[in-house]
Design a protein around this ligand. Structure first.
Ligand code: SAM
Ligand code: SF4
Length: 331
């Protein structure tokens, strides 16, 4: 699909057709199954200053926390107990945890709970990424946020798109299943930028692609910017399904932060993954990358059950499978 055609679909030229084609392709490749990933948000410390994110270092209002390595490993045990096949270990860019800390989490989570481990730790050094892969980490999620160089630099001060893309290449060479994605309606994003972002995401031939709408956080420079459109995010997800039929595409929690129920709707137009938080409820409200994130105050068990109910409500089946990349098995 050419960029001009994508731009038309993003503008709503064929909504019912786009959504039903994406849903049919998802069903063809994944059946009714929806994979669950348990997200362990183990630290909200971050050294970066992304203009969109509530965890940015300049936000002194946020109460910062760090879970111990043992606590993170215990969350992996909980994932196993709840029949979740993958855990996503996520944090701000927090270099307090050494390469050995993260390696211990990977090794022990896999040994004790037999789960696939996705890391989402931000911009760590290449040799650390290789080290964790050697210790058994399966996947890495690193969203590029946008492929527009100027918008990237504006949104992530001091960081460069070239560096982010080079890191994605390192991850692929190291043998990770690689996930990336963009934020739709990021302040400064034009329809042309988004259309190009989707083309570039598809060209990366990713194992996982996450698109979520921008959600304004009042304690950031973008606090007064308008929230992203849910419909625009849905169109982007559906286009990505057409471009990348075998990719794992989550229906993100950012959708639900904007409208309760939007996450389950995303499962009807191309998404095949849901990522409930396994973060202990004592700290989960502080992982406030945007308002509404982890607003559902409940223990991890109830959050997972709520995600399973939401999946069933739209006629799909919560899967207990590890849900590895189908793209790899077919290349
Ligand atoms: N620090 C790591 C990084 O940035 O890659 C991982 C954690 S970061 C909180 C995870 C994702 O949150 C980012 O990739 C970004 O897309 C998303 N995010 C942060 N602030 C957001 C906002 N206000 N609206 C939508 N998504 C946001
Ligand atoms: Fe830090 Fe990630 Fe938030 Fe940027 S998006 S401030 S790197 S947690």
């Amino acid at each position: 699909m050419q960029q001009a055609e994508i731009a038309k679909l993003l503008a709503g030229a064929d909504d019912p057709g786009l959504f039903s084609a994406a849903a049919a392709l998802t069903r063809e490749n994944f059946g009714d199954e929806v994979y669950l990933r348990g997200v362990v948000e183990f630290s909200n410390h971050c050294r970066n200053n992304c203009r969109y994110c509530g965890l940015r270092v300049a936000n002194t209002a946020v109460h910062r926390y760090r879970l111990s390595v043992e606590d993170v490993i215990a969350c992996a045990g909980l994932a196993r107990e709840l029949s979740i096949g993958t855990i996503v270990i996520q944090s701000g860019d927090d270099f307090h945890y050494t390469r050995h800390d993260i390696a211990r989490i990977v090794v022990e989570a896999k040994a004790r709970a037999d789960v696939a481990v996705t890391l989402s730790l931000g911009d760590r050094a290449d040799d650390e990424l290789l080290f964790w892969r050697e210790h058994g980490a399966d996947r890495y999620l690193l969203k590029v946020e946008t492929f527009d160089e100027a918008l990237y630099a504006q949104s992530r001060p001091g960081l460069t798109l070239a560096d982010r893309l080079a890191r994605l290449e390192t991850l692929r060479r190291a043998g990770y299943e690689v996930g990336s994605g963009v934020i739709t309606d990021l302040p400064g994003m034009t329809p042309e930028i988004l259309a190009n972002d989707l083309v570039r995401l598809a060209e990366l031939d990713l194992d996982m692609i996450a698109v979520g709408p921008f959600v304004p956080h009042p304690a950031t420079p973008y606090g007064d910017a308008p929230a992203g459109s849910i419909l625009a995010a849905f169109r982007a997800m559906a286009v990505l399904r057409l471009l990348s039929p075998l990719a794992n595409i989550p229906s993100t929690s950012a959708l639900n932060a904007l409208r309760d129920g939007a996450r389950e709707q995303g499962l009807t137009l191309g998404a095949n993954v849901v990522m409930p938080s396994l973060t202990p409820e004592t700290v989960s409200p502080d992982y406030a990358i945007y308002p509404g994130k982890n607003a559902f105050r409940a223990d991890a068990r109830s959050r997972v059950e709520a995600a399973r109910e939401a999946i069933r409500r739209v006629g799909r089946m919560p899967s207990t499978a590890v849900g590895g990349s189908k793209r790899r098995r077919h290349v």
